[in-house]
Write a protein that binds this ligand. Structure first.
Ligand code: HEC
Length: 102
């Protein structure tokens, strides 16, 4: 039983961005992002704010890290998004900017 659990953990550690975002709705994520996330990034980074996702020293390095960061911003600003909404936004950001495969 323990072996099965360990294997499961290893597999999920290796999950690719494709698997992670398999069920995500990118269009819904884009709309949520436009409504809730852009203005603040734009006021600190200028333009449409997308510069924050393409910084050389980007904080986010993997698709999982991206989901974690989206969750952190969501919690910080008190949006109370559900997990699937966080995934939709992360999937949109990955498709538009980060392009992580892992
Ligand atoms: C109140 C202002 C504000 C709002 C609203 C906001 N953010 Fe952010 N966000 C920031 C700041 C400031 C940083 C940079 C943090 C740092 O450098 O440590 C950041 C960083 C990020 C990053 C990491 C960028 C990198 O380095 O790769 C992501 C992803 C992100 N935000 C997503 C979101 C999402 C999704 C939303 C909407 C739910 C959102 N943010 C709303 C201020 C905001």
């Amino acid at each position: 039983m323990r072996i099965v659990f360990i294997l499961f953990c290893l597999l999920s550690l290796n999950a690719s961005a494709n698997e992670l975002f398999a069920k995500a709705d990118v269009a819904a994520g884009k709309a949520l992002h436009e409504k809730n996330c852009i203005s603040c990034h734009a006021s600190s980074f200028g333009g449409n704010g997308s510069g924050i996702y393409m910084r050389e020293y980007a904080k986010v390095k993997t698709s999982k890290g991206l989901v974690t960061q989206v969750r952190a911003c969501n919690t910080n600003i008190g949006l109370k998004w559900f997990e699937d909404e966080e995934l939709n936004v992360a999937a949109y950001l990955n498709q538009a900017y980060y392009k992580f495969e892992k």
